[in-house]
Ligand binder design. Structure first.
Ligand code: SAM
Length: 229
């Protein structure tokens, strides 16, 4: 059984697609999809020896090594152009996910869908998608074991589509998530607001240089915009 987080990721896999799961660790996700007959080909990529060995033994144990190919390498290095239709990168920070996509741009040929699950800094990914021709088509925010995760799904299309004139804020909060405002979303941003307010308090106690003043002003603006949502 998968975690709620990985199950949410799995739900966005179109049945029968060829997928690559980058940073697959134990290869739980491709194994689950394969054992349940939802996919018949996957690449499970891992850069680190320990997780790579875990992935290998998992697919061998399940007898699915012919369908789930475990490969060792950095990011998208483990896939060839046109080999897979979905790329999944889950359980890392948004900055690392973005770096992996950026470094592997030439491997995105033939890829129709990206399913990305950042633990933090989802805005970095939204910005990358926007400037690289990927349309954000869906987003989910969920809570599991007191942690909040986001799942972003993108396809080739019109990258501007989900955004309005309020784009800066939508890139931060998520254009779909801020419409939806589910309990995980509220919890996440209430906690962010609290930490921003603590920072603001520190600014107020600091000596007011031009720099501090500008940063303070910026933070006040941000707090008020997010509070409004
Ligand atoms: N994707 C799984 C999940 O969501 O449960 C595992 C997440 S685990 C926290 C992150 C994994 O990504 C680790 O096993 C790590 O070795 C791997 N990783 C980190 N950077 C990577 C890279 N550049 N290329 C491939 N794998 C990477």
């Amino acid at each position: 059984k998968l975690s709620k987080r990985l199950e949410t990721v799995a739900d966005f896999v179109i049945e029968g697609s060829r997928i690559a799961d980058i940073g697959s660790d134990h290869a739980y996700l491709p194994s689950f999809l394969c054992v349940n007959g939802r996919i018949s080909f996957a690449v499970a990529g891992e850069v680190n020896e320990g997780p790579y060995q875990s992935a290998l033994s998992q697919v061998q144990k399940l007898g699915i090594a012919d369908k789930v190919h475990v490969r060792k390498g950095n990011g998208l290095e483990v896939v060839s152009p046109n080999e897979v239709e979905h790329i999944i990168i889950a359980g890392m920070g948004g900055a690392l996910i973005t770096d992996i996509l950026e470094a592997g741009r030439d491997k995105l040929e033939g890829v129709k869908r990206l399913i990305l699950q950042p633990n933090v800094m989802a805005d970095r990914i939204r910005k990358w998608l926007l400037t690289n021709g990927w349309e954000l088509i869906n987003e989910v925010v969920l809570e599991e074991d007191e942690k909040i995760y986001e799942v972003l799904v993108a396809e080739r299309g019109n990258p501007d589509q989900p955004y309005s004139e309020n784009r800066e804020l939508e890139l931060l909060l998520g254009p779909y998530l801020m419409q939806d405002k589910n309990p995980a979303f509220i919890k996440k941003w209430e906690s962010e607001l609290q930490s921003w307010k603590r920072i603001l308090l520190q600014f107020e106690q600091a000596k007011e240089t031009e720099e501090v003043k500008a940063k303070k002003e910026e933070l006040i603006q941000l707090i008020s915009k997010v509070e409004e949502v």
